[in-house]
Design a protein around this ligand. Structure first.
Ligand code: PMP
Length: 296
């Protein structure tokens, strides 16, 4: 397996990053996780847009432009002969002496890793996953804004550990004011009486690319949508719950703590519509030719 590291493809076993990299020492860096369907990176431009927004929010200088990074992404896929994959772009502050000041670092480390996509268990889609409401609260927007897709992931890891301890797959976090935010690696949606609810970005969460796709699908289908602050009681009172992420797409939730949900009609509709959206995106990218598609 080959990975992209600072300008070249190298075998994974030879890929080395300094122990003084501030990504390792302080979690100082950003990343994106993307899904590749039949050789097409889904929503690549949107992911790169978010990567640059994260970089701006932490004052990190990405040492190549978007076109070059796009090229590096396809180079990594091509080098590994991958068509159905997930891919992670990691950019850390880079190596430098101890100390928090980013100016100590000589330049960012750019690392791209891709792997064949392993589907989640089928019953996650047919029946749904289990989730808990975590005691761990989501980082304050005013402390470490969850809009930054940061390498510093302890907040989410602590919540994930609660899920694992409870035998669940995901944990949802409230913010400091008791409003629902998101899962550890996913956005949260729920539905009741034909209305789709999702916590507003104002509550302090990552504005997921998949979340945006689902919101636009719902609007196109004339499904009423409410983006707002909601408490735990509203989630427990919902009839349907699902999560979204680039790798999970639309995945139903069958249980949150002691409350059970079926895989409802709206969830099924959005799962199907999301698949159609992916197919249309892939077909369109291919129709535009190999320069955009990446490789044959
Ligand atoms: N929230 C968090 C905290 C995440 O890590 C992810 C996964 N990247 C998401 C939401 C979903 O975002 P996306 O749809 O862009 O993958």
């Amino acid at each position: 397996m080959l990975v992209y590291l600072n300008g070249s493809l190298v075998p994974l076993k030879d890929a080395r990053v300094s122990v003084l990299d501030h990504g390792f020492l302080y979690g100082d860096g950003i990343y994106e996780t993307l899904r590749v369907y039949d050789g097409v990176v889904f929503m690549l431009r949107e992911h790169l847009g978010r990567l640059w927004r994260s970089a701006e929010l932490v004052g990190l200088d990405i040492p190549l432009d978007a076109q070059a990074l796009e090229g590096a992404v396809y180079e990594t896929l091509q080098g590994n002969g991958l068509r159905d994959a997930w891919l992670r772009i990691t950019i850390s502050r880079g190596p430098g002496p101890l100390g928090l000041d980013p100016a100590l670092c000589s330049g960012a480390t750019v690392f791209i890793y891709a792997e064949a996509f392993k589907p989640y268990p089928r019953q996650f889609y047919s029946q749904g996953i289990r989730a808990v409401l975590a005691r761990t609260r989501r980082n304050l927007r005013e402390a470490q804004d969850p809009r930054i897709k940061s390498l510093s992931f302890l907040n989410n890891i602590l919540a994930k550990m609660e899920a694992v301890r409870a035998g669940a797959e995901e944990a949802f976090m409230l913010n400091h004011a008791g409003c629902l935010t998101e899962g550890t690696v996913s956005n949260l949606f729920f539905a009741r009486d034909g209305v789709l609810f999702t916590p507003s970005v104002q509550c302090g969460l990552l504005d997921g690319i998949t979340r945006q796709v689902v919101l636009s699908l719902a609007r196109r289908l004339d499904v009423p949508v409410r983006e707002d602050c909601f408490g735990a009681q509203e989630l427990y009172a919902a009839r349907e719950v699902f999560i979204t992420s680039s790798t999970k797409e639309v995945m139903p939730v069958r249980q949150v703590d002691g409350t059970h949900y079926g895989v409802g009609e709206l969830t099924k509709l959005l799962m199907a519509e999301f698949r159609k959206e992916v197919s249309a995106y892939v077909a369109e990218a291919k129709a535009r030719g190999p320069s955009v598609w990446g490789y044959e």
